[in-house]
Design a protein around this ligand. Structure first.
Ligand code: PLP
Length: 360
């Protein structure tokens, strides 16, 4: 039975990358040493790191005045790193509350003593559409505006950024990094945990504009952008294996034609599922169509019991990890970059059959 994994993260990696890792595991680049054991100070790893940076730069069109850094600590680590590094003037951040992860970012900044203004929220409609900036922000001055570009749990995405005049934009791209094109110039800081579109859990990519990087007095070294720039992400032992695997995924994406090509494929995959859901009598997706995510698609039958039956039958059929997040319920299919079109089609075929065989 062919297995498809629709988990929200850690998520599917390209089959060819898994195979390559398997083949190269005993001896990376013909060195006779495993990537699991090489020194992060070796020229072998230096090449892996530089290759990953260059490929990412090319894929996202990252201008020369941006740094590409690799951290540990996940997206959650960056919820602390972003205010500590960037909110040094006013200690004040603006936020659009588009769901769970936006709120978590705000909570972390508050915990560290920063002021957070939530300028709009769609909590009242269960985050089924995106909040937008109000016309008037009462002249408040913010160090930056925090945006969650793709709301992994709720299934919404900003396909173009919201912009606050004269205010740096910070983008959490954890769940749609490299899944659709964004213009890096629009942002002061972009961050993303690797474990959805880029590689295994354990590394977090930070792309930060040079003028925002400066010495900060009271900051843990492990979150310090200035230090990581100076040390080329090698202040301490970096996550060698996740960076290596991410490098392979970047090469895979380049071979596939890059991010714009990937976006077309993602639009096709998600379109297959949305089109099915929109005509189904049994299943529905409640997200405002223009705000729908390309990567995370929640849906439900409207009945907890029936949802559970669908998940069980799907699992028996080799379609894994379709349970929705506990805060939303229902089902959720994550169609990240490594999910082939056949995986989206297999899910649609299964749901269609289930509906036909279980007419209410
Ligand atoms: N931001 C978004 C949009 C996420 O989806 C997640 C995790 O799923 C996070 C942040 C937190 O990431 P991590 O688990 O790497 O800390």
């Amino acid at each position: 039975m062919k297995i498809y994994n629709y988990a929200a993260g850690p998520a599917k990696l390209p089959d060819s990358v898994i195979k390559q890792i398997q083949e190269e595991l005993p001896s990376v680049h013909g060195s006779g040493m495993s990537v699991l054991e090489i020194s992060h100070r070796s020229s072998l790893f230096e090449n892996i790191l530089e290759d990953a940076k260059n490929d990412l730069k090319e894929l996202m069109g990252i201008p020369d005045n941006y740094h590409i850094l690799f951290f540990q600590g996940g997206g959650t680590g960056q919820f602390a790193a972003a205010p500590l590094n960037l909110a040094t003037n006013n200690h004040k951040i603006a936020l659009l509350d588009s769901g769970h992860w936006a709120a978590r970012a705000g909570d972390e900044a508050v915990k560290l003593g920063f002021e957070v203004d939530t300028l709009a929220s769609t909590k009242d409609n269960h985050y089924q559409s995106l909040p937008h900036l109000p016309k008037d922000t009462n002249g408040s001055v913010y160090d930056y505006l925090h945006l969650t570009m793709n709301n992994t749990i709720e299934g919404t995405a900003y396909h173009t950024p919201e912009k606050l005049p004269n205010t740096t934009l910070v983008a959490d791209m954890s769940s749609n990094f490299l899944a659709e094109t964004y213009n890096v110039n629009d942002y002061g800081l972009i961050f993303a945990g690797a474990q959805k579109n880029l590689g295994p859990a354990g590394v977090t990519v930070v792309i930060v504009r040079d003028d925002l990087v400066h010495p900060v007095e009271k900051i843990p070294s492990m979150l310090d952008y200035n230090l990581f720039v100076k040390k080329n992400s090698l202040y301490n032992t970096p996550p060698v294996f996740p960076i290596y695997a991410a490098g392979l995924v970047l090469k895979w994406l380049k071979d596939l034609g890059g991010v714009s090509e990937m976006q077309k494929i993602n639009e096709h995959k998600s379109g297959l599922l949305y089109d099915f859901l929109d005509q189904s009598q049994m299943f529905s997706n409640h997200i405002k169509p223009s705000d729908r995510s390309l990567t995370n698609i929640p849906f439900t039958t409207g009945s907890d019991d029936l949802d559970a039956q669908v998940i069980k039958a799907a699992t028996d059929h080799g379609l894994m990890s379709l349970k929705g997040h506990r805060s939303v319920g229902g089902l959720r299919a994550s169609l990240y970059n490594a999910m082939p079109v056949e995986g989206a089609q297999a899910l649609v075929d299964f749901l269609d059959n289930f509906e036909k065989n279980n007419k209410r």
